[in-house]
Write a protein that binds this ligand. Structure first.
Ligand code: WT7
Length: 668
């Protein structure tokens, strides 16, 4: 029998045996109240998907024009709610006006900088106020030449203006592409070039642990970078709108650069929402793949909105009185779906925090929870492991009794971290939803429903409505329970990516060729005897470093672009805090000295090329890399060397056996 008592301190029992049923009182009040109710609805959703989704779309969204067809599926291209018209910004804002929600907080923002004992800035926007600001900024976009279908690049810190800019784009039918503020000028330029953006929204600077990230300066640099053809990469950009945030000095180019606040003073707050087709592009978000070039994941209007609204409400059991906090940056998909669109479509209160979890001290999160009475916290396992390391005294200093639900996302959560979260943050009373999904899936796919699903530490549990995930072998056959395989999704779902921007062939080859007639996730997985899904991690050449997906090929190509580097191979090694750490094996051009200064220079180089998130944790210089006779780098061996484990397995295909000995010898 499952041990659902789990008194404190029993962390050594067999993990698979621990089961935590939803607390009774929680289940009684929840939107979905029992496993039986979940199962019944789930069956309906997969047996008659068109009927199920039609019913949901009608009940959940406000339409300008009803759709004609629920799903048009020409594998691998889906169109949902064909013929319908609606607007995402209308569904997140206007629909709440004239209801009690209008005067409720839509966004609560806690800003930087803060010092010990001195709290950060604070700002609250009600639905009415947010609507007003979004309408004005939508007019600013129009005034600066942005039209329906144009792409707008958003490169901002975690400030309310980021959400306003996204919603303003949605309002006028422009397509946004948010680039995380931690990315470099080069990444900004590459993304502008790929999506041919017309305008950039940025800030003078963003605060990060007391320092200022020079965002505007990065944009200036991005606009001067040239491609291999000698042409400016970002020549599609006509205007740059700059939010005054960090007050750092910036240069403004006349005719191109304008200030957000000056523009806002010029416009009215009257801006009707455009009628958008169900399949109109809503945003492009770039994410790493297993080749050097980031993929522009495309999401569209109706299916995405429906799915994020439903998952927000049911997975987080959202209700009007909640203070809901998802700690993700808007630069990632989690910020899109579960800071901005999902919560606002539900009329919920979404908290945004600008800074880092340990700034100014390791209790900043707990301070914020106590200050605002946060009821739902959604964060990443890597953060939880950092909290564990910093010590339980930090959360203990604060009253966390307002919390009623916890969530995690981004990587597998190790049962030890799950138990710590449960005990020290959730006070053993809060259900934990471990939510599996991807930039590509748009919304949460495998997850407990907190009032219905018994949870097991480390498992994302069961699929959401309408989702048909399976664990399969190389030929696409379902593997027996408890054996590992590839995680695929068999049926289209409303918030699935519609493609890669401008590259339908790559979309097909990356996601739809690995396993016949299935969406391939790139993750390894196992289903237990109860059908629960246990994600094992990535099986392609993509690493998960502190919850961020990083393509090893991307880091390799950044390293090789350095003058002194001949060859590079990047692999992951297990890391207590980050899940995985990046280890680079580098060979140098002849005559170059391998020293600490070069190591630092290479790390800086990667930060410049991609962004600080991709900096290798460890760079090892080598005379040669282990290769097969056909010249393929043997990553399997490098992984073992990086992890410091004994080299096992077949080495007979290795061209030069001495390479291995030398590589192992170069370890520090
Ligand atoms: C990859 C997607 C989805 C928002 C954040 C990351 C891993 C995500 C979980 C989880 C185990 C997880 C997978 C997935 N992942 N959530 N709950 N348990 N692994 O989005 O950057 O697109 O990364 O993150 O490997 O494929 P992303």
């Amino acid at each position: 029998m499952p041990d659902n008592q789990t008194p404190a301190g029993i962390e050594s029992v067999l993990q698979e045996n621990r089961v935590f049923p939803p607390p009774k009182a929680f289940a009684q009040a929840a939107h979905i109240k029992s496993l039986a109710q979940y199962k019944k609805l789930y069956q309906e959703s997969v047996k008659a998907p068109d009927k199920f989704w039609a019913k949901q779309a009608k009940a959940e969204l406000v339409w300008f024009k009803p759709w004609k067809k629920v799903l048009q599926w020409r594998e691998p291209f889906a169109q949902w709610f064909v013929g319908g018209q609606l607007n995402v910004s209308y569904n997140c804002l206007d629909r709440h006006l004239g209801t009690p929600t209008a005067n409720q907080a839509a966004l609560i923002w806690e800003g930087e900088p803060a010092a010990p004992g001195k709290p950060g800035e604070e700002r609250t926007l009600t639905y009415k106020q947010l609507h007003h600001e979004v309408c004005r900024f939508a007019n600013v976009l129009k005034r600066n030449g942005v039209k329906k279908g144009d792409r707008v690049l958003i490169y901002l810190p975690m400030v309310p203006e980021a959400a306003m800019a996204m919603l303003a784009c949605a309002r006028i039918g422009a397509v946004h592409s948010v680039v995380f503020g931690g990315f470099s000028a080069q990444s900004v330029a590459d993304r502008i070039q790929d999506c041919q953006a017309r305008l950039v929204v940025t800030a003078d600077g963003g605060y990060r642990r007391g320092a200022i990230v020079p965002l505007k300066q990065n944009v200036d640099e991005a606009l001067t970078l040239k491609g291999p053809d000698g042409q400016l990469l970002a020549r599609s950009i006509e205007k740059v709108i700059v939010v005054r945030r960090a007050q750092n000095e910036v240069s403004m180019q006349a005719g191109r650069d304008v200030w957000w606040h000056e523009e806002m003073a010029q416009v009215s707050a009257d801006c009707p929402a455009e009628k958008m087709d169900s399949e109109a592009p809503l945003f492009i978000l770039y994410t790493s793949g297993s080749t050097g070039k980031p993929k522009g994941i495309l999401h569209t209007t109706a299916g995405y909105l429906l799915y994020v609204r439903m998952t927000s409400r049911l997975v987080f059991d959202l209700r009007p009185e909640d203070i809901y906090w998802c700690t993700a940056d808007v630069g990632w998909v989690t910020g899109h779906s579960y800071v901005v669109y999902g919560p606002l479509a539900n009329g919920a209160t979404s908290l945004m925090y600008e800074g880092a979890p340990n700034d100014p001290e390791p209790d900043r999160f707990w301070r914020i929870i106590a200050k605002y009475g946060v009821t739902i916290l959604y964060t990443a396992p890597t953060a939880i492991r950092a909290f564990m390391k910093w010590g339980v005294e930090w959360p203990r200093k604060h009253d966390l009794s307002s919390l009623r639900l916890l969530g995690t996302v981004g990587e597998p959560i190790n049962p030890e971290a799950w138990m710590w979260y449960h005990k020290h943050i959730g006070g053993k009373r809060c259900p934990i939803v471990d939510t599996w999904w991807q930039t590509e899936t748009g919304g949460i796919m495998i997850t407990p429903l907190p009032g219905a699903t018994p949870t097991k530490p480390g498992s994302a549990t069961l699929p959401f409505f309408g989702i048909v995930p399976e664990v399969v072998d190389d030929r696409g056959r379902v593997v027996p329970r408890n054996s590992g395989g590839k995680l695929v999704v068999r049926k289209p779902w409303p918030s699935m990516l519609r493609g890669l921007w401008g590259d339908p062939e790559r979309y097909k080859s990356v996601y739809w060729t690995e396993v016949p007639h299935s969406y391939f996730t790139g993750d390894g997985c196992r289903q237990d005897k109860d059908g629960y899904f246990w994600i094992v991690g990535r099986i392609d050449d993509v690493l998960n470093v502190a919850g961020h997906r990083i393509g090893t090929a991307e880091v390799e190509s950044a390293l090789v672009s350095h003058q002194q580097v001949a060859e590079a191979a990047v692999v992951g090694r297990p890391d207590d805090l980050k899940g995985q750490a990046l280890v680079a094996f580098v060979t140098l051009k002849s005559g170059v000295n391998a020293d600490g200064a070069l190591r630092d220079a290479l790390r800086q180089h990667v930060a410049r090329e991609i962004g600080p998130v991709a900096k290798p944790d460890d760079i090892r210089f080598a005379e040669a890399l282990p290769k097969t006779r056909s010249g393929k780098i043997m990553r399997r061996l490098l992984k073992q060397i990086a992890a410091g484990t004994e080299i096992k397995g077949d080495t007979t295909t290795l061209e030069d056996l001495n390479v291995l000995a030398r590589l192992a010898g170069t370890e520090e």
